[in-house]
Design a protein around this ligand. Structure first.
Ligand code: UD1
Length: 417
């Protein structure tokens, strides 16, 4: 295990280049297995989740090469419909193999996914979608088994706009017979990125980014080249770290549209923000103003940015109220912030954060990816030394995090524990 050791209170200053989106990558990497030929993906972030997925694809028989941020995937040799359980359990997004294997082979065996421990995360909407397309679905001993002689397009109404279910149904339906309609679909940027990639492979997907996605099945897909969109949550984390440290940071290579809810809240917190083309500059006030936030599906405020935002607000001049509406239980990390002197009360899905002028560095543990991001932001703004145990968890989703923070003037180092 490694830890991130932070000597806090340096004001972050400078530019940071944002990497490719984790959530897009983990959908697009398995998706290109549906092509008849090789695909090249650019701007793939160098993060653990991507490495795990590359290994899963190799275990399934695909040829994969990863050179810095470029990944080539050739489905030649991809012949197994059984996903390797020991790897699948490390990665929540491994559930996308269900849609891919079902579309490719008419059958799939995939263990229930792992990923962050942030409360119950059912996959009933995914399974409902597969059933509607004509698949037999069984769940035994933690393994989902899917089988269909033929997939047939169908209308599918999602009870909640689940990102994972929307993507899995798109994957399963793009080579089904006839038309599939996903109603109440998720609109997140990575849903659109995946649809663009699949369309470049020959799929006929319309409406991604709206509530209704129409998929006309095609007989086959080909390989393609695709550049992954920038990571909005990585961007949001550095923007919040800038405010938490009263710094001046430019996040480069972003799609500003994807960050509108974050920019709006940081402005409310008193940050001065300039944006142009593909960069956003954030200048933090000495201490942020309090803000109230409710997490929502896109284009609402993203749940994945809730934790670093909470850390930032621990130093606000006043009381902020944060309501988590996407997940049942996403405040587990708060007890670690309290160890650092934060004044936070959680009741159900709401956290009330009373700002304090001073956080104090201490040893804390990252229990999931965004919890780790939160502790990192808190450590950067705290007095003294913070040790964030479980740096590997942060590295699941943040590319070169130690180097990027050092580039902004933070006093941070990686220590093998
Ligand atoms: C994706 C993101 C994750 C982000 C989340 C919400 C990836 C790899 N992960 O996760 O970072 O936090 O979107 O923006 O893209 N739900 C059900 N039944 C289902 C599916 C979901 O009840 O079948 C519930 C979940 O428990 C959760 C909510 O719906 O409370 C949202 O989940 P969903 O949008 O599916 O998130 P993920 O795809 O798992």
């Amino acid at each position: 295990m490694a830890k991130l050791v932070i000597q806090g209170r340096n004001k972050l200053k400078g530019r940071v280049k944002i990497g490719g989106s984790k959530n897009s990558s983990v959908a697009i990497i398995p998706a290109v297995l549906l092509g008849d030929g090789p695909s090249t993906l650019e701007n793939v972030p160098a993060i653990r989740d991507v490495q795990v997925f590359a290994q899963i694809l190799k275990d399934l028989g695909a040829l994969v090469s990863l050179n810095q941020n470029t990944m080539t995937i050739s489905p030649n040799g991809f012949a197994s419909h059984v996903a390797p359980y020991d790897l699948v359990r490390k990665l929540r997004a491994s559930y996308y193999l269900m849609g891919v294997l079902l579309a490719k082979f008419g059958k799939a065996e995939v263990g229930l996914p792992g990923g962050c421990d942030i409360g119950p995360r059912p996959i009933d909407q995914h399974l409902k979608g597969f059933k509607a397309l004509g698949a037999a679905v069984s769940l035994e001993g933690g393994v989902v088994r899917l089988h269909a002689n033929k997939l047939q397009g169908a209308p599918i109404y999602l009870d909640i706009p689940s990102v994972g279910a929307t993507i899995n149904i798109m994957l399963a339906a793009c080579m089904a017979e006839g038309t599939t309609l996903i109603e109440n679909a998720a609109k997140e940027p990575h849903v659109v990125d995946l649809a663009n990639c699949l369309n470049a492979m020959g799929a006929r997907i319309h409406g991604a980014g709206t509530d209704i996605i129409r998929i006309r099945g095609v007989k086959s897909l080909k390989g393609t080249s695709h550049s992954v969109i920038p990571d909005d949550i990585e961007s949001a984390t550095y923007m919040m770290a800038a405010v938490a440290t009263a710094g001046d940071v430019e996040v480069e290579g972003v799609i500003t549209k994807h960050l509108e809810p974050v920019v709006a809240k940081l402005r409310e917190a008193g940050a001065s923000i300039e944006q142009n083309g593909d960069y956003i500059r954030v200048i933090g006030p000495e201490r942020p103003d309090p803000v109230n936030v409710k997490t929502l599906p896109y284009p609402g405020f993203p749940t994945d940015a809730q934790q670093p935002l909470t850390a930032m607000l621990t130093r606000a001049r006043g009381v902020s109220v944060i309501h988590e509406s996407v997940y049942e239980n996403r405040f587990g990390y708060v007890s670690e912030l309290i160890k650092m002197g934060a004044n936070i009360k959680v009741q159900g899905k709401t956290a009330v954060v009373e700002g304090t002028s001073r956080l104090v560095g201490s040893p804390v543990r990252a229990t999931d990816l965004r919890a780790g991001a939160s502790l990192m932001v808190a450590g950067l703004s705290a007095e003294g030394t913070t040790e964030v145990y479980g740096l590997e968890i942060i590295e699941r989703g943040y590319e070169s995090v130690v180097e990027k923070l050092k580039g902004l003037g933070a006093d941070v180092r990686r220590v093998e524990d």
